[in-house]
Design a protein around this ligand. Structure first.
Ligand code: ATP
Length: 265
């Protein structure tokens, strides 16, 4: 479905991604792991066409959806192609109601009947959003706001959902719930590219995974393989010192410039 090949991205001439290749098969869930500043959000923004707004540019490589080139297309056209991003930090409209936020997610679609059907499905997926649909979104808890951000993206009926750190700042039981929701969405036929620092959750949900280290893919494999990988296991279990050691072993000296991130819960 999605094929990213040899992607090079820079901000004002400073390279953030180098030769990154990732494939997301139809109905697959692919996790992108890595610490702060590794380039995970940059990869998602390259796919969704939203790099330009933050001063980023694709210097080389291709991004294709079912063989059609995505890079160079405007963000709205990419949404129209079925690729929808849930941004880091959720970016919901706090003064609008839950329902109004959902309706905004469906703006790009013309078919009213299909939109109404999707809205029902989203509210079934997140019963708490149904209960609070007339309340301002700003009154929701962090976990509920994340559900709303995902629900809003689903309103565009994506074939591929791009999730940027959905677990960020959430309590462990909510993270588990979000993981189950991602599985349910995937079970309904949507492929997912999942950026996470919470490798535990991501590897439970994903079929395949890549690890980004300072802008390059340093490890890739099935989620089960990566979950068994001693270096990744150390990242789960170790403190900051062992995290830094593992990052160095993944990417050699280059990783020494990298800060250990929120790998360890
Ligand atoms: P985080 O979890 O902290 O968001 P990340 O893995 O998503 O980390 P990116 O946000 O993609 O990492 O950042 C990759 C690199 O690009 C970092 O060195 C970062 O400082 C740089 N970068 C990101 N956005 C910009 C920007 N708008 N302008 C300049 N540099 C940027």
């Amino acid at each position: 479905m999605l094929s990213v090949s040899g992607l090079e991205v820079s901000y004002g001439g400073v390279r953030a991604l180098r030769g990154v290749s990732v494939d997301v098969p139809g109905r697959g869930v692919v996790a992108v792991l890595g610490s702060n500043g590794a380039g995970k959000s940059t990869l998602l923004r390259a796919v969704s066409g939203t790099l330009r707004g933050i001063g980023g540019a694709i210097d080389a490589g291709t991004i294709e959806l079912d063989g059609q080139r995505l890079n160079g297309r405007p963000p709205a056209a990419i949404v129209g192609d079925g690729v929808v991003q849930v941004p880091e930090g959720r970016r919901i409209f706090t003064r609008l109601t839950v329902d109004e936020n959902l309706r905004i997610g469906g703006f790009s679609r013309g078919d009213r009947v299909a939109k109404a059907r999707t809205r029902v499905r989203v509210l079934e997926l997140f019963p708490i959003l149904h209960d609070r649909r007339h309340e301002p979104a700003g009154l929701l808890s962090g976990g509920q706001q994340q559900m709303l951000a995902i629900g809003r993206a689903l309103m565009a009926s994506p074939r591929l959902l791009l999730l940027d750190e959905p677990s960020l700042g959430l309590a462990p039981q909510i993270v588990t719930y979000i993981g189950q929701v991602i599985r349910a969405i995937n079970g309904q036929g949507t492929a997912v590219l999942l950026v996470e620092q919470n490798a535990t959750m991501a590897l439970q949900v994903a079929t395949q995974a890549v690890v980004l280290t300072v802008g390059e893919v340093s490890l890739r494999g099935t989620a089960a393989e990566l979950a068994r990988d001693e270096r990744i296991r150390k990242l789960y279990l170790g403190g900051a010192e062992s995290t830094a050691r593992v990052l160095r072993s993944l990417a050699g000296a280059r990783a020494q410039r990298n800060r250990p991130g929120r790998w360890v819960r």
